[in-house]
Design a protein around this ligand. Structure first.
Ligand SMILES: [Zn+2]
Ligand SMILES: [Zn+2]
Length: 264
């Protein structure tokens, strides 16, 4: 079985001293590829350094909307340098969070547009963190990119209208552990409407552990629990679901499906 965790923060302090064991547990649970995602410049550098050290771990670089207030103009060049690293496969996480509003909205938008620029310059897909801002996000993407966009809505939280718009734009849709929560019938109802070739799995480790692991630190191995839940909703086997979502992830991020290092 080949499961994929398309969104984790394995380079965070939460995993310090435990990364080898964490990756071993992931492998034991069938997880072959993990994408470690940056949230600001220093964090993105750490994600790249981490990916460099571990086979089957890739990195994304970006500035989280929460951290956009700290983005400096001169950081752009540093981010651009990072995108040239062979293990960097995405721009993220970037986007808009109008739910928590930890950075002013105009700053979030300004920084988001910068990273869309970087997406266009690098050709790397966007990893989008969007909360309570789907309409604004689609408007900005249309202005900056056009009607088709290469990227993923990570930890999807939108409604059916948002899903339809995202699908029309060609975006991938990624689900995290919160789809397994008993009360989350809403997300469970959305999943069957996502085009099969666009469904992705993620943990968002160390956050959002799935049902059965709540209250614990989340880790890539637990993507299996989320995948089991999603496969059951779609009424397909875990093996088929794992193969499908790993193929989808490979299509978006371009890493080898077996998780081997690409030949240089
Ligand atoms: Zn996020
Ligand atoms: Zn995240």
């Amino acid at each position: 079985m080949t499961l994929t965790d398309t969104h984790a923060h394995l380079h965070f302090k939460d995993f310090e001293g435990d990364t080898d064991q964490t990756l071993a547990r992931a492998r034991e649970n069938g997880v072959r590829v993990v994408l470690s995602v940056g949230t600001q410049l220093e964090c993105s550098r750490q994600a790249v350094a981490f990916a460099e050290k571990h086979d089957n771990v890739y990195a994304a670089v970006g500035c989280h909307p929460h951290d956009s207030k700290d983005f400096r103009e001169e950081d752009y060049e540093a981010f651009k340098q990072l995108t040239r690293h062979p293990k960097v496969v995405g721009i993220g996480e970037v986007g808009l969070d109008f739910f928590r509003n930890l950075s002013p909205r105009d700053w979030q938008e300004k920084v988001f547009r910068k990273f869309i620029q970087l997406h266009k310059e690098s050709g790397l897909p966007l990893i989008l963190h969007i909360r309570d801002a789907h309409a604004e996000t689609f408007r900005i993407l249309e202005e900056e990119v056009g009607s088709r966009v290469c990227g993923v809505l990570h930890c999807f939280s939108g409604d059916m209208a948002a899903l339809e718009k995202a699908s029309a734009m060609g975006l991938w849709i990624s689900f995290a552990g919160n789809i397994t929560y008993k009360k989350n019938t809403y997300l469970q109802g959305i999943l069957p409407h996502v085009h099969k070739d666009k469904i992705l799995t993620e943990t968002d480790s160390p956050f959002l552990p799935p049902e059965g692991f709540r209250g614990k630190r989340n880790e890539p191995a637990f993507v299996r629990a989320t995948a089991m839940h999603m496969a059951a909703i779609l009424d397909i086997s875990l093996d088929d679901f794992a193969a499908l979502t790993s193929r989808n992830a490979q299509e978006l991020f371009g890493w080898p499906l077996d998780g081997e290092r690409p030949a240089a």
